[in-house]
Design a protein around this ligand. Sequence first.
Ligand code: FAD
Length: 472
Amino acid sequence: MAHALSRQDVGRLDQAAISALRMSLRGALLQPADPGYGEARSIWNAMIAKRPALIARVSGAADVIACVNFAREHGVPLSIRGGGHNVAGTALCEDGLMIDMSLRRGVRVDPARRLVRVEGGAVWGDVDHETLPFGLVVPSGIVSATGVAGFTMGGGFGWTSRKFGYAADSLSSVDIVTAGGELRRASESENADLFWALRGGGGNFGAVTSFEFKAHPHGPRALCGMVVHPMAQARLVMQKFRQITAAAPDELCCLLILRRAPAAAYLPKEVHGQPIAAIAACWTGDPAGGRDAVAPLKSFDKPLADTIGVKPFVEHQTMLDAGQPFGRRYYWKSHYFDDIGDGLIDAMAEHAGRIISPHSAALLMHLGGAPKGVDPALNAVGLRSATYVLNIQAAWESAQEDDRQIAWAREYWSQTRPFSTGSAYINFMTEDEGEARVRAAYDERVFARLREVKRRFDPDNLFHGAQNIPPR
Ligand SMILES: Cc1cc2nc3c(=O)[nH]c(=O)nc-3n(C[C@H](O)[C@H](O)[C@H](O)COP(=O)(O)OP(=O)(O)OC[C@H]3O[C@@H](n4cnc5c(N)ncnc54)[C@H](O)[C@@H]3O)c2cc1C
């Protein structure tokens, strides 16, 4: 592995080398004292304290090549920022060089061929904005500020995934700068092994300057929304969630949300701040065809609110944005489940009832559907067989609260662990999840193949900042 320099080393790095890098870039190269450094360093999770010695706000592939060569030749730790949403803060490195893609957010749609080219720093809101007017989507997540890059390379699922698969499954090619500083195209027909690994293996293989996706017909209007009940009904809501998801066609995706109610206009004022149990749902298909499928969601007990109806899909895609702003402190723990037993319902309801932050939540998403039928050899997307994923999301404002909030998430995780499959999702991992957890995200053969591809394209582990796959 390349020798990593300390902050002092970087400080002593030949100023001439830093100046030469600066001169070779079209984008800005920022050091901690420079105006704009703080803004460029900021990511979604304020818990992450790492400070890069250099931030390159790259303007394109030539800048990226210069940065990769600089990091390799000088033994400087390297990281890459896409949307800056990774909860582990892997976009940042301590004392190294961060390639900041966040100014590269261009999206170009070819509606006739249903292809979408997306630059390496775009977020899903950028993609939706360009594709939805043509009635097209690429499977994205449930918050529009999430970066396309990290999301897709880790797999990436959201509202339309039960119908159209993971984001990685819709990828048709990437342009990537690998550790040697070469710009390569990876697709089914060029660098096919690299292409296989990039779809699920995370940011371990290079710096992607652009992605090309196959888009799918959906929207611009869709049948979607949320029903909200008081937390006192959590068990009933979870039983209904279990029953409805067990019978759901691939077009229907449901997400259970246990949290305190936000101050949202669709909720009565007296409910704001009160614990709630909600089911958000999206029908991926002709809205008229989904009415019967969503009817059971709308017809039990007396909801505090019911927003399920036909609306612009973008409204649904951004519905949860306000609850996940940049700059809060976040700590996540997650599990996969094959099914929802009564024990899991009891454990989830009990811990959700003890939520101590107005911002924290437990989210249980229905997976399965089309991705289950995909040949697992297609790409390196981790385990496709689970039916549900639970994400326990602690979120709070003050550093003094850290221990208490982290303890809530860990305890919730421990209590629900007996019901889980034991596997993991790399895109939901926090900073403190170890090597064993990364391994748990993959089938043994997939992990071995990922290590082999890593050996070929990055033998010195230059791209080690993401949940790391060490070279074989
Ligand atoms: C609020 C929120 C909602 C989310 N919802 C979902 C969801 O619905 N479904 C889901 O599957 N996941 C979801 N996630 C998880 C998300 O997939 C990961 O956080 C993902 O890492 C975010 O990608 P990013 O580009 O924003 O990450 P960043 O923090 O920018 O980067 C993370 C890592 O990705 C790699 N990377 C980033 N850009 C590049 C690039 N251009 N080239 C090469 N490597 C790069 C780097 O290794 C980097 O360390 C959510 C996250 C958040 C915070």
